[in-house]
Design a protein around this ligand. Structure first.
Ligand code: NAD
Length: 478
């Protein structure tokens, strides 16, 4: 980590070193004793496992992890990643980001993360299923999963299907557990999932950016107009997070001018339709040959195109000291975890780029996962009990207004006014409120403490303060 003069070399930091670096930098803006800072920072439990899985007539040994970063709030929570790049350092970094993220958005969990070293796109589904079920069984054996213990969710390379396998394996091994469905979130809606979870991270990114861009002073400082309308956006990664971010940000009037995928990027100054591009990529298994834009072979170079907002939504370490100086975006929204390295951050901040940190901006997924977990524990969907009652109440109110004024309200207006909230309305409303409130906390902290240099430091400090207060409330630290 240190260079030959004993100075911290930002280029040599591993992913978990980077998170520690951000933590240490922010901790000076919190009044937290060193012993407590050490406790907040350290990973509480690390489970590395190896297990055999049949590949045709061969057996392969699979390497996998589950890291519970912080037990200050239980259960712990965090996604499971399938990638050949998975290693202990990466899972530890991602687990610790989860702790800070949950604190920022007031989700009452400690952070965790899981990872399996496997290629999700080059492994046949039946083998992925065996691996997922065996991984879940290993977690059950060690008491590393359960609705009150540790609750996984989707991450890079996993989705509803994998969550359904996890849930099914868990319930098979723990039959009759009444809250068992709450052992994992991100499940299909037809298997006790919640509406809006699939797109929650992307939707949260857009709610957050809408709030970020609503402050005229901040936008003026960046040379941008207020609001998302007309903003030119580049997105890296057209997976779960990137696709839904691209789709939803267009509804706010922004223009997606480039999308960078692993095998090439597509650029069109007039705007790309992400739904159409996604359909093409799903069918052809590549963005290459997409007819409605210019295809750029060097995908990473697309991040350097002129734009207002750059949204890396693929993997960590995409913007480094090698390409940071060439980035032209005014705002970088870290939809992925750790896409900007500390060395790149230094260059970008010097250039005046506003970086919206991962521990805030991609917290929409865990927020809606929390709603799903609550739904599973209460065994009833949001809105089910009150929707009809609300509608009846509104209808009676309109009738009263009509009687008092002698005027008739049109049917279309009545339909609009009486609509009672159902699950998706409540989920999106709770998500929007969460993203707005959390940004206001971070922004206000930065404004109040004049010497806080950037939003990431403010976000870490806000988070550390909240976790510190949980420990104080337990009376563990004086
Ligand atoms: P995903 O597997 O659904 O999609 C990732 C996409 O990135 C894929 O389409 C893949 O082809 C693409 N990609 C991979 N390498 C690339 C490269 N070098 N250049 C361009 N594209 C590349 O994963 P996801 O769930 O969308 O997660 C993406 C990021 O968001 C990860 O960092 C993850 O930790 C983070 N995240 C995900 C969630 C969630 O709810 N899924 C929540 C919070 C954070």
């Amino acid at each position: 980590m240190a260079d030959k003069n004993g100075k911290l070399d930002l280029n040599k930091l591993s992913f978990s070193d980077s998170v520690s670096f951000y933590f240490d930098r922010a901790s000076q803006f919190t009044d937290t004793p060193q012993g407590l800072l050490d406790q907040i920072k350290v990973c509480n439990s690390i489970y590395k496992m190896h297990f055999p899985v049949k590949y045709g007539n061969q057996v392969k040994v699979i390497e996998a992890y589950r890291v519970q970063h912080s037990h200050h709030r239980m259960p712990t929570k965090g996604g499971i990643r399938y990638s050949l790049m998975v290693d202990q350092d990466e899972v530890m970094a991602l687990a610790s980001l989860m702790t800070y993220k949950c604190a920022i958005v007031n989700v009452p969990f400690g952070g965790a993360k899981g990872g399996i070293k496997i290629s999700p796109r080059q492994t046949p589904p039946e083998i992925l299923e065996n691996v997922t079920r065996r991984y879940t069984a290993e977690l059950v054996k060690k008491n590393f999963i359960g609705p009150g213990i540790d609750v996984p969710a989707p991450d890079y390379g996993t989705g509803e299907r994998e969550m359904a396998w996890i849930m099914d394996t868990y319930l098979t091994l723990r039959p009759g557990e009444i809250d068992g469905y709450g052992c994992v979130t991100g499940k299909p809606v037809s298997l006790n999932g919640i509406k809006g979870r699939t797109e929650a991270t992307g939707r949260g990114v857009v709610y957050a950016l809408n709030e970020v861009c609503s402050y005229a002073d901040d936008m003026k400082g960046l040379g941008l107009s207020t609001g998302l309308e007309g903003k030119r956006v580049i997105i890296q990664g057209l997976g779960n997070v990137g696709y839904h971010t691209a789709r939803i940000i267009r509804e706010y009037g922004a223009k997606v001018i480039a999308v960078a995928e692993s095998d090439g990027a597509v650029y069109d100054e007039n705007g790309i339709d992400p739904v159409d591009l996604h359909r093409y990529r799903t069918e052809k298994k590549s963005v290459k040959g997409y007819p409605k834009g210019k295809v750029i072979a060097d995908s990473l170079s697309a991040l350097e195109l002129d734009c207002d907002i750059l949204i890396p939504a693929a993997l960590e370490k995409q913007i480094t000291d090698k390409n940071a100086a060439r980035i032209k975006a005014k705002i970088i929204a870290e939809a992925a975890n750790g896409p900007v390295t500390p060395a790149a951050e230094k260059i970008l901040l010097k250039k005046g780029v506003m970086i919206i940190p991962d521990i805030y901006i991609n917290a929409g997924g865990v927020t809606v996962s929390y709603f799903e977990w609550l739904k599973n524990l209460s065994h009833v969907s949001f809105g089910r009990m009150q929707k009809r009652w609300e509608e009846k109440h509104q209808r009676n109110f309109i009738k009263l207004v009509e009687d008092l004024t002698g005027k008739t309200v049109s049917k279309s207006k009545i339909d609009m006014l009486i609509h009672g909230a159902d699950e998706i309305d409540l989920v999106n409303s709770g998500l929007e409120d969460t993203m707005i409130e959390a940004y206001q906390d971070i922004r206000e902290f930065k404004k109040r403490r004049k010497n806080v240099p950037d939003l990431r430091t403010a976000a870490f400090a806000v988070s550390i303060n909240k976790i510190r207060d949980s420990y104080y409330a337990m009376g563990i630290f004086p």
